[in-house]
Design a protein around this ligand. Structure first.
Ligand code: SAM
Length: 453
């Protein structure tokens, strides 16, 4: 999501200011920091990075420095107080206003701060999607399309609802237009993006119903469609070959969405469904709204629809009050679900979240040892699943030339793993059949199978 937002900032600045990206800091006329505040480490890094670019401004007084993203949302004017050389502070929902903020900064000489949540407005002010003109950032094979923003779940540990605002979905017609543009340019795979993407609840179009109401509250629930509908609608597009979506919340994994795994072969067999913990006590304290058994039952239903489904997750280790027994329950859940991979984090108290008030008696040492055990288990499981792929034939979307060998191509399996195989750049963007011949921890090597005729 953050990467997607960074790309959008570059698109906005290219369209309105004719700016292009540079990797050389000293050449830049504008330096933007797109920040994440999900964990404390990321937040503090912003201030140390800002300190580093400060000297550049001394040598080049016209240089503009901006801070965007969730730290900007959370800290607002405090950023300018702590780092007075910052010119613009903007949130994830106001990145499209960057050109106006820059103009106002230049005209007034004062730092500009806009961290409001103007709901869906952001999507209306982004430049048209134009593949091939975006500094090679978007692969010709695969692209992201944001379909909703924000989160209304208010998990007790999470800062997202406060920094990105509540859930707001784009109309189906707007998403469809973006996907059609990409597919017409040869993109075979689309990943639908959102903080809580399976909570998608969009109207069909904003124009043909009551003259373009833009406020999310002015639409009735019965005028809305869900992610299941959106996926089925998009899957009907001829050129589109594979659809993914991320990130999901277990509570929003509706039966309709589960059924789509049976009816829609274009939907990828990889699902990232963050569970955070396997202990019901901790899940309740996190306000996740489901138990471990309910989560496992969702996975079971999904596998009834799609037996080869590969599941990954996020885990938080060391949530306040987590006992050894709670932690063991998480390890057990990892085994029961048979996760293919996962992102795991030490709990980080975030200011303004309810969990930050909880008493935490678990030592840092214990938390770190638990994190290590959890990561060891995930790694071992992942290795077994990788080995299981040996000898199988997989449908692979060719994404790029391999980073390590220019005579090899890198492609992605339906289950999201990367495979390298001998090929040529002309294959990029196409689906090919590859037989898996070698399997390491997370990368695979294979041989292309030539189809008959
Ligand atoms: N939609 C996701 C969900 O179902 O919770 C949230 C995405 S969040 C931006 C990415 C991940 O960061 C979360 O799944 C969680 O594992 C981790 N995370 C969020 N807040 C955290 C915190 N306070 N401490 C440690 N990890 C955290």
């Amino acid at each position: 999501m953050n990467e997607y937002d960074s790309d959008k900032m570059a698109d906005v600045l290219r369209a309105s200011e004719g700016m292009t990206r540079t990797d050389v800091l000293e050449d830049a006329d504008l330096i933007l920091f797109n920040t994440c505040s999900v964990r404390e480490k990321a937040q503090e890094k912003v201030f140390s990075d800002l300190g580093r670019v400060r000297l550049l401004k001394v040598a080049k007084p016209d240089l503009l420095i901006g801070v965007g993203g969730c730290v900007a949302s959370q800290e607002g004017a405090t950023i300018v107080k702590r780092a007075p050389y910052v010119d613009m502070v903007f949130g994830p929902q106001t990145l499209h206003r960057l050109p106006q903020l820059m103009a106002a900064r230049r005209a007034s000489g004062d730092p500009q701060i806009d961290i409001s949540f103007p709901e869906i407005e952001k999507f209306d002010h982004l430049p048209e999607i134009a593949l091939g003109k975006i500094d090679g950032r978007t692969s010709v094979a695969s692209a992201f399309v944001s379909i909703m923003e924000g989160c209304s779940k208010y998990c007790s540990f999470c800062v997202v609802p406060y920094t990105r605002g509540e859930e707001v979905s784009r109309p189906v017609a707007d998403v469809m237009r973006d996907v059609q543009t990409l597919v017409a340019q040869g993109v075979g795979e689309i990943t639908l993006l959102g903080q809580n993407v399976n909570a998608y609840s969009g109207v069909l179009t904003r124009d043909n119903q009551n003259g373009g109401r833009q406020n999310k509250n002015s639409w009735d629930d019965d005028e809305r469609v869900d992610l299941a509908y959106l996926i089925q609608t998009l899957a009907a597009l001829e050129g589109l070959q594979r659809l993914r979506f991320t990130t999901s919340h277990p509570k929003d994994m509706s039966q309709r969405l589960i059924d789509v795994y049976a009816s829609t072969p274009k939907l990828s067999s990889h699902l990232h469904l963050p569970v955070q913990s396997g202990s019901d006590r901790i899940l309740a304290a996190m306000k996740r709204g489901h138990t471990a058994l309910e989560y496992k039952s969702t996975i079971k239903k999904l596998r009834q629809m799609r037996p080869d489904l590969v599941v990954s997750s996020d885990f938080i280790v060391g949530f306040p009050g987590e006992t050894e027994r709670d932690f063991e329950a998480t390890l057990q859940l990892i085994k029961d679900v048979g996760y293919d991979s996962g992102y795991s984090f030490l709990y980080s108290p975030r200011p303004g979240t309810p969990a930050a008030q909880l008493k935490d008696e678990v030592s840092q040492e214990i938390k770190e040892a638990r994190l290590q055990r959890l990561q060891d288990l995930l790694r071992a499981q992942s290795q077994t699943l990788t080995q299981d792929l040996l000898g199988s034939v997989q449908r692979v979307l060719v994404e790029s030339v391999s980073r390590k060998n220019v005579h090899e191509m890198a492609g992605r399996l339906d289950s999201n793993r990367v495979v390298n195989f001998a090929g040529s750049p002309g294959m990029i963007g196409r689906f090919v059949e590859v037989k898996i011949t070698d399997a390491w921890h997370h990368t695979l090597r294979g041989e292309r199978i030539m189809s008959a005729g």
